[in-house]
Write a protein that binds this ligand. Structure first.
Ligand SMILES: Cc1ncc(COP(=O)(O)O)c(C=O)c1O
Length: 385
């Protein structure tokens, strides 16, 4: 059994020691090497800025190249096209703003009802500004699946972009984004994949997916609050970046607004190395085993409604559920009273919650430090409500 809990000081010591942390989908605890990398960087004297004429400035340039290379290995993409920003939401807004510059009234965008709102609202707002039309692909609320045809049947010769999630942050579903991308490209459309919930839970090969933009946020995979977004190199240079004049005219620097967080780069690099060293297939197998216990236990309780898939196929280890006769917030509070952290509400998956006809649900997600014992504790509270 993979046991990496000792790599997470926040879990084994400190204020929240002893808590079962099912809140990973909202942000994981940070791996020791990422914590140390931040501190090491800030003590090193290398903290400067890019493109200077002295050693510390060179170290900043080298750090950016290093973190791009590491994240590039994690995602299997050309590293030089990875931009970093404070969050995926912020990066998606920058990119959609640039895309909007070239949108014509009547151009079409396909979003999905499975997506986190960070891959929906930026498109809706851009469409409002440009006269473009947003169409929604509907997943099947009975099983939480988004078959490729739900998206591809909406493609027309006016479709410019498809925005689809790699994995739902609410119910875990992982749509077949490679098939969607192939069809979108055949129709002349670009594809943006929100990889925020996919990246921590499965091996990702962005080159095989073939999409044009892929975004991930390192605070979901044991790193700092930051985001890495890959944009296909040709597209990256073609997009009309809204930037200050002295900023680079080519490459990801066009979209990295202002001075980046070098301390975050150091930590992102360490967190990505942690994933690479552990192996995403190993992480996936481990999480699946722990998750299976959780899912089985919830499904066995007649009073529990599990939203989304009831099986382990093509999904992240994340489940949304409600308990009959209990408000989701009350369930979360009852769990918190036993030192068990879960999320309740809509987690910004607005369209998904509306598709289920609910305002919110309890969400529990498996991260590397969640154990079978944690699962049993959660189930005991839920069964006892
Ligand atoms: C699937 C998904 N996409 C996007 C986001 C937004 O990420 P960020 O907080 O980096 O903007 C989240 C955050 O919860 C998410 O789970």
């Amino acid at each position: 059994m993979l046991d990496l809990r000792h790599r997470f000081p926040a879990v084994t010591e400190g204020l929240h020691q002893g808590w079962a942390r099912f809140d990973g989908p909202a942000g994981t605890q940070v791996v020791d090497s990422a914590i140390e990398a931040t501190s090491h960087w800030q003590r090193s004297g290398n903290n400067a800025n890019s493109h200077g004429s002295f050693a510390a400035a060179d170290a900043c340039d080298a750090l950016l190249e290093q973190v791009q290379a590491t994240v590039g290995r994690l995602l299997n993409v050309d590293a030089a096209s990875i931009m970093f920003g404070p969050s995926t939401t912020s990066n998606v807004f920058s990119i959609t703003r640039a895309i909007g510059h070239d949108m014509q009234p009547g151009d079409e965008i396909i979003c999905t009802r499975l997506d986190h709102d960070s891959n929906v609202s930026p498109w809706l707002l851009m469409a409002q500004d440009t006269g473009a039309v947003v169409k929604f692909a509907q997943f099947d609320p009975a099983n939480g699946r988004l078959p490729p045809e739900a998206v591809t049947s909406l493609l027309t010769d006016r479709t410019r972009w498809v925005a689809v999630t790699g994995a739902s942050n609410a119910i875990g579903t992982m749509p077949d984004v490679a098939t969607i991308t192939t069809a979108a490209h055949a129709a002349g459309a670009y594809v943006m994949v929100d990889g925020v919930h996919l990246t921590p839970h499965a091996p990702v090969d962005v080159s095989a997916i073939g999409c044009d933009v892929y975004s991930t946020s390192s605070y979901k995979w044991y790193g700092p609050h930051a985001s890495a977004t890959w944009v296909e190199p040709g597209l990256l240079d073609r997009l009309h970046a809204y930037k200050v004049r002295p900023a680079p005219d080519t490459g990801p620097g066009r979209f990295m607004l202002g001075t980046p967080s070098y301390e975050s780069f150091a930590a992102i690099d360490a967190a990505a190395r942690f994933l690479l060293d552990t192996g995403m297939d190993v992480i996936q197998a481990h999480e699946r085993a722990v998750f299976s216990r959780l899912l089985d236990g919830l499904l066995a309780d007649d009073r529990v409604t599990v939203y989304g898939p009831h099986d382990l196929n093509e999904r992240a280890p994340t489940v949304a559920f409600n308990v009959a006769g209990h408000d989701a917030t009350d369930v979360a509070r009852s769990l918190a009273a036993e030192r068990i952290a879960v999320w309740d509400g809509n987690y910004y998956a607005l369209e998904a919650m509306a598709s289920f006809g609910i305002e919110g649900a309890v969400r529990a997600g498996i991260a590397l430090y969640v154990t079978d014992d944690d699962v049993d504790r959660l189930l005991e509270v839920v069964h006892g409500l």
